[in-house]
Ligand binder design. Structure first.
Ligand code: DGY
Length: 322
């Protein structure tokens, strides 16, 4: 009888996913769900064939070089893979996989929640109720921004960007977008393409970010970009925190240049810039984009499919190329 591949699972995963992993592999789990850190993962991976990691596990080139020789695959439980230096992993001969598609709807739903929550002052309103500061109904008490019929700018028109556009059409929003490449007309569905990010910005009553975090996009929502947005615009981010320059965004929310922001991701999360917590016009969530039971199970199953394919000698469907 051949032995099962040895897998290190770095974070606690939904029960059905862990059950399947336990069935297929000789697996080591993390029931306490503590974030282990690269050193601990490397130590646990001694003699393991693969590691199933999450966005909280940072694998730069140096950590990848220190992974035991026995490890042949890094499967991440996420669509984003900015926490892994993929070229360094591929150079070492490791396979790297992610979990695209299965979280598109949950993340697009969350983007709409951020957009609506930011525009309509959900944070402020919730606090009024909870803190018993809800006075009589008033025709003029802090008023939000109308969403219906407004212009929505989408930075990154991949699967999630297109799913957000689909939802926003239900609010009669006019869709504008920027991506490296223009979509075919049937995928564009009337959305207006802008060849550069700067061209897109003046057309955004709302700007929602759906690009990956790469050296090109990191910090691109900066003071210069925000200056090109219409006054009172709303910025929504459910992609990666480091795409936004926090200093510039906080200044614009404080000065009134921007009307509001809806943020699910932050640079350095969970240690976010503390000034966000005091902003009445920021609607903040703790990286919940894919956080539904259905989606988290689907992500786990997708990561397991990749591992299973790899150990069966096939190329996993979600293999990253660099
Ligand atoms: C991902 O999959 O990259 C998400 O950020 C996790 O929700």
């Amino acid at each position: 009888m051949t032995s099962k591949p040895r897998i290190i699972v770095t974070r606690k995963l939904p029960r059905p996913v862990e059950k399947r992993i336990a069935h297929l592999f000789d697996a080591s789990f993390n029931p306490s769900d503590d974030v282990l850190g690269a050193d601990e993962i490397i130590a646990r991976a001694e003699g393991a064939d693969g590691v199933l990691v999450s966005p909280t596990d940072k694998f730069n080139a140096e950590a990848i070089a220190r992974l035991p020789e026995s490890v042949r695959i890094i499967a991440t439980f996420s669509v984003g893979y900015d926490h892994i230096e993929v070229p360094a992993a591929l150079k070492r001969g490791l396979a790297v996989t992610n979990t695209p598609e299965v979280l598109t709807n949950a993340t697009a739903d969350l983007a709409m929640l951020l957009l609506l929550g930011a525009a309509r002052g959900a944070y402020w309103g919730e606090r009024m109720v909870r803190e018993k500061r809800w006075g009589a109904w008033s025709p003029t008490h802090p008023l939000g921004l109308e969403v219906s019929g407004k212009r929505l700018g989408i930075l990154g028109m991949g699967r999630i960007g297109r799913a957000v556009a689909k939802r926003a059409r239900g609010f009669d929003m006019e869709i504008h977008y920027h991506d490296q490449f223009r979509l075919a007309p049937d995928a564009e569905q009337g959305a207006v393409f802008h060849a550069t990010f700067n061209d897109l910005l003046p057309h955004c009553d709302f700007l929602t970010i759906h690009c990956a975090s790469t050296p090109e996009t990191r910090g691109c929502v900066n003071a210069e970009a925000i200056a090109l947005l219409p006054d009172g615009a709303v910025v929504v981010n459910s992609a990666r925190g480091d795409i936004v320059d926090d200093e510039a965004l906080i200044n614009a929310l404080t000065s009134g240049k921007l009307g509001a922001a809806g943020l699910d991701v932050f640079k350095g999360e969970p240690d976010i810039d503390p000034r966000y917590r005091d902003l009445e016009n920021a609607f903040l969530l703790p990286h919940l984009g894919s956080a539904t039971m259905e989606t988290r199970i689907a992500m786990g199953m997708r990561a397991v499919d990749n591992l299973e394919a790899f150990f069966a000698g096939k190329t996993p469907g979600d293999s990253l190329k660099g």
